[in-house]
Write a protein that binds this ligand. Structure first.
Ligand SMILES: Cc1cc2nc3c(=O)[nH]c(=O)nc-3n(C[C@H](O)[C@H](O)[C@H](O)COP(=O)(O)OP(=O)(O)OC[C@H]3O[C@@H](n4cnc5c(N)ncnc54)[C@H](O)[C@@H]3O)c2cc1C
Length: 329
């Protein structure tokens, strides 16, 4: 059976593994301790925070079909949030999301989706792939140069810059990967021991260093601890990536308080996460990166657009193509 190494256990890597596992022996290597990547949930009991993706859409029939089993089992639900849009401190739009253009979340946290997809997959966690050696097949090494095994195919689903560090320069699309720029984002996580007088669940913010504020605990099936998630803009994060984390936390907290007119500084729990590769600034020109001759491929949201559905579509297209190749269709 053909052996395939997949780098990354975010949505793309897990989709690829699930769609290829009937035709190949698939192993995922993930540098983190668990699956999910940017669809993760951070735990600080009694508070839980979806500190990456907040919700997602499923507009394509392929993604809808893939999600159906999870919807039937209650792992994915609609989030019918009270939504507002701020321009600076003014509310310029207010509505309730509904089923006509549904926004979905994982239940009881975003990470439930990847946990479900990881169930029957061979995943080696806490394993950062650092080098690929061409020895007729692809030998992978971790950061201590331990041999992780040799594989017929390697598919990287790591963000563009991390994929560029790994792929050999001979990879057919090496230049495209290198020219793809991903940008950062800070996420402030706040927990409160009582509810706050906030009359929205989700807020898009314009004209500010903050782009998003949500009452995470208002999502379906969440634990009781009242929690807020606040994202900086990508621009602000790029300019402050190396600043002191406490100062960043205090700035975002004060700034968000002034936008919504509610003091957030007395939070019971405060934490900040810096995403180095959160979103795409410059997208590649094509979206199917498969080098059939060298048996190398890359996929991920950044190949199309910085949203979960794009991560799925990218992984779905690559998997179909590789299934065709290995089954000789
Ligand atoms: C702050 C933020 C807010 C967002 N909001 C939304 C939203 O509201 N709606 C939406 O649809 N999308 C949103 N997104 C985007 C969404 O999260 C992504 O599109 C999606 O999760 C990407 O999945 P992926 O598998 O392509 O990449 P990732 O989730 O980044 O997975 C890549 C994995 O590769 C691993 N990895 C990297 N290098 C190595 C290595 N060398 N060895 C081993 N493992 C490695 C990483 O640890 C990671 O787990 C948001 C993202 C962020 C960061």
């Amino acid at each position: 059976m053909v052996s395939i190494a997949v780098i990354g256990a975010g949505l793309s890597g897990l989709v690829v593994a699930n769609l290829l596992k009937d035709n190949a022996k698939v192993t995922i290597f993930e540098k983190a301790r668990g699956a999910s990547g940017r669809l993760s949930t951070r735990r600080a009991e009694p508070y839980f925070f979806d500190h990456g993706a907040q919700f997602f859409k499923a507009k394509t029939p392929e993604f809808q079909a893939f999600l159906t089993p999870m919807m039937e089992q209650g792992i994915i639900k609609e989030w019918n949030a009270r939504f507002v849009e701020f321009m600076k401190t003014d509310v310029i739009n207010k509505r309730r999301w509904n089923g006509t253009n549904p926004n979905y979340v994982g239940v009881p946290g975003m990470s439930a989706i990847c946990k479900y997809l990881a169930k029957d997959i061979d995943i080696q966690f806490s394993t950062r792939v650092s080098e690929m050696v061409d020895n007729g097949s692809w030998k992978l090494l971790d950061s201590d140069r331990n041999d992780l095994g040799s594989f017929d195919w390697v598919i990287s689903t790591a963000p563009a810059q991390q994929t560029a560090e790994l792929m050999p320069k001979s990879f057919l699309y090496y230049d495209s990967v290198c020219s793809t720029k991903m940008v950062s984002c800070f996420t402030l996580m706040l927990g409160f021991n009582k509810e706050l007088p906030i009359d929205f669940d989700a807020a898009l913010v314009g004209g500010s260093d903050i782009s998003w504020i949500s009452v995470n605990s208002s999502k379906p099936g969440r634990a009781k601890g009242y929690s807020l998630v606040i994202h900086s803009t990508n621009k602000w994060a790029e300019e402050h990536l190396h600043d002191d984390r406490n100062e960043i936390m205090e700035y975002i907290c004060r700034h968000a308080s002034s936008i919504i007119g509610v003091d957030l500084t007395s939070a019971d729990h405060k934490n900040i996460h810096g995403w180095h590769y959160a979103n795409i600034q410059k997208q590649p020109k094509q979206d199917l990166f498969i080098d059939e001759k060298q048996k190398l491929a890359v996929c991920g949201d950044w190949c199309i657009q910085g949203i979960a559905e794009a991560a799925f579509i990218s992984a779905f297209n690559i998997s179909n193509k590789i299934n065709e190749i290995i089954s000789g269709r």
